[in-house]
Ligand binder design. Structure first.
Ligand code: BEZ
Length: 212
């Protein structure tokens, strides 16, 4: 069965472009993103890894460790990494796992046999400091992911792990958040001193809890 939200992220040790890595040691107490792409030296994957490298500071700011997976060998990864840096004007600092034996791909269910029996699809998992899976994304080979969306989701996951709030559609990290319907009006008034905007009994907003 595929990994689901709340499951423990499987640990592994693997060869990467940054040397041998144990996944849990690599993560430490941080948040993590592990994502697969179908193959080295392919166009969409080149833009995806380049975009991730361009956003490295944004991941760092949020305390998120990033690691990529592909079933290609290490020497191929190194050559391709140079291409990514050159063509995408970036510096790939995160490790790329050389998963030739598909150990990691199989642990995370990144091969979808009806899409391809050999290549990984574009899987992405966000993992919390408790090593639980907080979010999964699966895209086909033909569609590159939106890494700004990945950052947006991380903002929501991190905020909602600290405060009793939810975030609405298309939310950005300076906007109002939603008060869960389970909180009574009295409880909400006590908890959210910045104020409550009530649209109806179950749709209530309050200002972002961490911004003044
Ligand atoms: C790409 O990255 O462009 C790609 C990789 C595998 C299949 C199709 C597209």
């Amino acid at each position: 069965m595929s990994l689901q939200l709340g499951d423990t992220a499987p640990d592994f040790t693997a060869e990467t472009t940054e040397g041998k890595i144990n996944f849990y040691d690599f993560l430490g107490d941080n948040w993590g993103v592990i994502f697969s792409h179908p193959a080295d030296y392919t166009p969409v994957c080149t833009t995806e890894l380049g975009r991730t490298a361009q956003l490295q500071k944004e991941f760092d700011k949020r305390g998120v460790k990033v690691i990529a997976v592909s079933v290609d060998p290490l020497d191929k990864h190194h050559g391709w990494k140079n291409d990514i840096n050159q063509t995408q004007n970036c510096n790939v600092e995160f490790p790329i796992i050389a998963d030739e034996d598909r150990k990691v791909a199989n642990l995370y269910g990144m091969i979808h046999p009806n899409a391809s029996t050999t290549a990984t699809v574009r899987s992405l998992f966000i993992i919390g400091p408790d090593k639980k899976i907080k979010l999964t994304l699966t895209y086909p080979a033909s569609t590159g992911r939106n890494f700004n969306e990945v950052l947006r989701v991380i903002d929501s996951l991190q905020l909602t792990s600290k405060h009793t709030v939810s975030t609405p559609a298309d939310w950005k990290n300076d906007e109002d958040v939603i008060i869960p319907p389970a909180l009574s009006r009295e409880e909400a008034e006590k908890k959210f001193s910045k104020g409550i905007r009530e649209v109806n009994s179950y749709l209530r907003y309050t200002p972002h809890p961490e911004l003044s």
